[in-house]
Design a protein. Structure first.
Length: 227
């Protein structure tokens, strides 16, 4: 089991991080790449790894995607299932560790990681992305959001280094949420996504100025196609 159980124990079983709305930038990428196909009658099959309380899952289900998700926290899974039911929507959601994906080869048109893979060790991250590549159709797309080395928490929150660019924090945004890996551009391009053609890669860095000046967060957005 690679899934860090602190997500269940410290976060979801306490009713925390119950994100309600889909991540704005994910909505933009989905419309950029699939806008003309949505509701055109063609069924697109999407998987979200680490779907949390299901905020992005509800968005995909509502937009007519055939929607799947895998999540390690049973409490988060329960929240997502209830939200789907309340909204009259459906998706195939399972509890499991995404380091090993229980889906057939060449099955999905799209796999989404909205800041979930980062919460693992480099070894597990490598295995997860190999699995994502396996379950994607040829030419299928992987959209991922990965915290970068410039993130203020890495620079300022004095995390304990547990692996290469991988920390556990006792203060700041990541306190109590287990393993946190920060990515470099080279590592994403040359190592983790080497079996993909990167279509778009952005580095977003947000600077807070009041009440104090610091980098609030920094992350890569990557849209990549399975070669
Ligand atoms: C920061 S939350 C993001 C939740 C959701 N994707 C969102 O956009 O709001 C990270 C999620 O990844 C899940 N997760 C992390 N590692 C996992 C693993 N190895 N297997 C399954 N789920 C995992 C956590 O339980 C948590 O729900």
């Amino acid at each position: 089991m690679n899934f860090d159980k602190t997500w269940e124990k410290n976060v979801y079983s306490k009713g925390q991080q119950l994100n309600r709305y889909p991540y704005t930038d994910l909505v933009s990428y989905v419309y950029k790449f699939y806008g003309s196909k949505i509701n055109s009658g063609k069924v697109l099959r999407v998987l979200e790894v680490g779907f949390g309380a299901g905020n992005n899952i509800l968005f995909f289900a509502r937009e007519g995607f055939e929607t799947y998700g895998i999540e390690g926290s049973s409490s988060a899974h329960g929240f997502a299932v209830q939200r789907l039911k309340d909204a009259g929507l459906s998706a195939e959601l399972i509890i499991g560790d995404f380091v090993s994906l229980p889906y057939n080869n060449d099955f999905f048109d799209l796999v989404v990681d909205r800041e979930a893979i980062y919460a693992n060790t480099p070894h597990s991250i490598r295995k997860t992305i190999e699995e994502i590549r396996r379950v994607l159709k040829s030419g299928g797309r992987f959209i991922t959001f990965m915290y970068s080395l410039d993130h203020g928490s890495r620079l300022l929150d004095e995390g304990r280094l547990v692996d290469s660019n991988t920390y556990v924090f006792e203060q700041g945004k990541f306190a109590g949420a287990g393993t946190t890996h920060f990515f470099s551009k080279e590592e994403i391009q040359d190592e983790y996504l080497k079996g993909f053609e990167i279509q778009l890669m952005r580095h977003i860095s947000v600077e807070k100025v009041i009440p104090e000046q610091r980098n609030e967060y920094a992350e890569y957005h990557v849209c990549a196609l399975k070669k």
